[in-house]
Design a protein around this ligand. Structure first.
Ligand SMILES: *[C@@H]1O[C@H](CO)[C@@H](O)[C@H](O)[C@H]1NC(C)=O
Ligand SMILES: *[C@@H]1O[C@H](CO)[C@@H](O)[C@H](O)[C@H]1NC(C)=O
Ligand SMILES: *[C@@H]1O[C@H](CO)[C@@H](O)[C@H](O)[C@H]1NC(C)=O
Ligand SMILES: *[C@@H]1O[C@H](CO)[C@@H](O)[C@H](O)[C@H]1NC(C)=O
Ligand SMILES: *[C@@H]1O[C@H](CO)[C@@H](O)[C@H](O)[C@H]1NC(C)=O
Ligand SMILES: *[C@@H]1O[C@H](CO)[C@@H](O)[C@H](O)[C@H]1NC(C)=O
Ligand SMILES: *[C@@H]1O[C@H](CO)[C@@H](O)[C@H](O)[C@H]1NC(C)=O
Length: 560
């Protein structure tokens, strides 16, 4: 097993996750199998209870793990299926240790940070790096060759110190030839004097050396390319060789980063350091993807989509959704023109934001918890339904579509028990297994099967699959008691769970509406650049009036 450890210094938020994912893409293109671990020195045990405003989207894994959007990036870039175990937090480590201590596993010894916590961290890394991992490229589980370990935060943080000590010991145990340590850093560019400043990189690196770690490679983020003299200077102060100092200058799309790093020869250096055979990576797919993107930017073939949601001021909260729309638009050879509307604004019929809804080619009603803005979403659905505008409802958005139908077609005074516990017609209710006391772990989470009705829109979007697996994160669902009444009035529940009691997909017949579909699950968690999510792909096709009437194969799309 080889380890590629990536940490960062001085400034955070420089896109370390993108650098890690891009290096992963390159190594994968060299023919190596990868796995990835993200270390977050927080005390939280999972991201489920964290606010999307503060923390960005909560990303859900197949196994139901709630993690942050970095693991989403890894999955999308590396085409892997990760698990809760691939995210280490201080909370998880300490929880394990405290449980062991209570069980008496330490045989009465004093439990200390060194060696107990540091051992626990190393053992976690050893264990998870050996686990076979499901690779969507080959469609099979296999043992990885290289494990990427990203340490969150920056070198020198108090919280991170234990992890660096653990990594130092890990390197001693597995041997220097099995670890490549990459230090990422920011190199500020002073516009006035046209100077690149290397001091922050030097200081961050000094901090790293004081922890007993020497970086093998330096990846610098900067506004402009680094010249040779700057690279040499950085090399001199960091003990890395000049040909192992790489530059990641600002680019307008993240899909350029793998090509940018490889053009400086990074894969050869990593393979040499890890003492493994180097094969020329074939990044031609990324090159064509980027050139398609550039071309679409130039001409004006856009598709305009409006997202009606709740956290629209913090767009990271809908990261996967935006990626899914982007991937689907790329597959349709359209430039995505995305606009955002806070659903609460739409509760006022005079609000100027309605103009954005009218001008769009498709409306996406997004998820989000709680009652605020719910009525605005319902009005949006009504508008889309009556005006035959393609509409996709995700999670809460799907529930709002159901309420809208109940109110305006069935004529019921309907509501969700989430906003009105005593509503006359509870068409959306708590899941039977919901436990009100314990907010953390009562959601229906992770990958679950959905059976699709033959020849429904959903069935065709999934290329004629009768069962699909998608990821869930919800607490409320459609009340099964109303299903017959809905279906008699033309609303089709085309996807149900295997027990037939949970409604997963709702749609209108295409004779009635070009694309009116809602999913209780989140198909956006499984999108990837070359394989857009089938639901989003169909939605964009409908928005540009190109939705075919037969099966739709969202794989094997050409991007050139
Ligand atoms: C890992 O879990 C912690 C704690 O909830 C969270 O803050 C962090 O964002 C997660 N990291 C990833 C990559 O999911
Ligand atoms: C991921 O794997 C699928 C096969 O399941 C393939 O079609 C797709 O192109 C791959 N995507 C990436 C980003 O490698
Ligand atoms: C690189 O991969 C593409 C397909 O993704 C293939 O068409 C091309 O022949 C490959 N190039 C080399 C040099 O192997
Ligand atoms: C796209 O729009 C720009 C400015 O609106 C215009 O100059 C250009 O000719 C258009 N390109 C095409 C291919 O229509
Ligand atoms: C993008 O969307 C906005 C808002 O709906 C619209 O005003 C604008 O014309 C759209 N741009 C293009 C190029 O379609
Ligand atoms: C649904 O509940 C919300 C929140 O209590 C309320 O504002 C709304 O009027 C209710 N609608 C109906 C039709 O009961
Ligand atoms: C989609 O369906 C067609 C016809 O059944 C089949 O030939 C094709 O292989 C399917 N594609 C995928 C990715 O399963």
């Amino acid at each position: 097993m080889k380890y590629l450890v990536i940490c960062g210094g001085t400034v955070s938020g420089i896109g370390k996750g993108t650098i890690v994912s891009s290096i992963g893409v390159i190594l994968k293109a060299c023919g190596y199998k990868l796995t990835a671990i993200k270390i977050d020195p927080y005390l939280n045990i999972d991201a489920g209870t964290m606010s999307p405003y503060e923390h960005g989207e909560v990303f859900v894994l197949d196994d139901g793990g709630e993690v942050d959007l970095d693991l989403g990036n890894y999955e999308r870039f590396l085409n892997l299926t990760l698990t809760w175990d691939h995210n280490i937090t201080t909370g998880k480590i300490y929880k394990n240790i405290i449980e062991k201590e209570r069980r008496g596993d330490y045989l009465g010894k004093t439990v200390q940070v060194v060696p107990h916590v540091t051992d626990e961290i190393q053992n976690w890394i050893f264990r998870v790096s050996q686990q076979p991992i499901f690779d969507r490229d080959t469609n099979e589980e296999s043992k990885p060759d290289i494990c990427l370990v990203e340490v969150g935060g920056t070198v020198g943080d108090i919280e991170g110190a234990t992890y660096f000590e653990a990594l130092r010991q890990l390197i001693l145990k597995v041997g220097l030839e099995n670890v490549c340590l990459i230090f990422t850093s920011f190199v500020p560019y002073l516009r006035g004097s046209g100077e690149l400043k290397t001091k922050p990189t030097q200081h961050g690196n000094k901090e790293l050396r004081s922890l007993g770690l020497i970086a093998d490679m330096i990846v610098c983020r900067s506004e402009v390319p680094l010249d040779m003299a700057t690279k040499e200077k950085i090399a001199l102060f960091t003990n890395a060789r000049p040909d192992r100092v790489f530059c990641c200058e600002d680019v307008n799309t993240v899909y350029k980063v793998p090509v940018q790093l490889e053009s400086q020869g990074i894969s050869k250096q990593i393979c040499d350091k890890l003492n493994i055979e180097w094969r020329v990576p074939n990044l031609s797919r990324y090159i064509s993807y980027v050139s398609l993107w550039e071309r679409l930017k130039e001409d004006n073939t856009t598709v305009t989509i409006v997202i009606v949601g709740k956290y629209t001021e913090s767009q990271d909260a809908y990261m996967s959704l935006v990626k899914a729309l982007f991937h689907a638009a790329m597959a349709c050879k359209r430039k995505l023109n995305l606009t955002w509307v806070e659903s609460e604004n739409l509760e006022n019929p005079e609000h100027p934001d309605w103009e954005k809804v009218y001008q769009s080619q498709g409306v996406l009603v997004a998820g989000g918890f709680g009652g605020r803005g719910a009525e605005g979403k319902i009005l949006t659905v009504k508008y889309a339904r009556e005006n035959k505008k393609p509409m996709l409802g995700i999670c809460l958005g799907m529930q709002m579509a159901v309420i809208e139908y109940a109110r305006n077609v069935l004529g019921l005074s309907a509501n969700s028990t989430e906003v009105d516990e005593h509503t006359e017609n509870p068409v959306i209710i708590d899941m039977p297994d919901f436990d009100k006391e314990n907010k953390g772990h009562t959601m229906r989470l992770g990958s679950k099967p959905t059976s699709l009705t033959q020849d429904s829109l959903a069935y065709r979007l999934y290329n004629g699959s009768s069962v699909v697996w998608e990821r869930h994160r919800h607490r409320f669902e459609v009340n099964p008691q109303y299903i017959t009444r809905f279906e008699e009035a033309g609303l089709i529940f085309s996807g149900k769970d295997p027990t037939n009691t949970r409604m997963e997909v709702v749609e209108l017949s295409q004779q009635t509406h070009p694309f009116f579909l809602g999913t209780q699950y989140h198909p956006e968690f499984k999108t990837s650049p070359f394989t857009p999510s089938p639901i989003y792909y169909g939605f964009i096709l409908a928005a540009i009036n190109l939705l075919p009437s037969g099966l739709i194969d969202s794989r094997h799309i050409e991007f050139n």
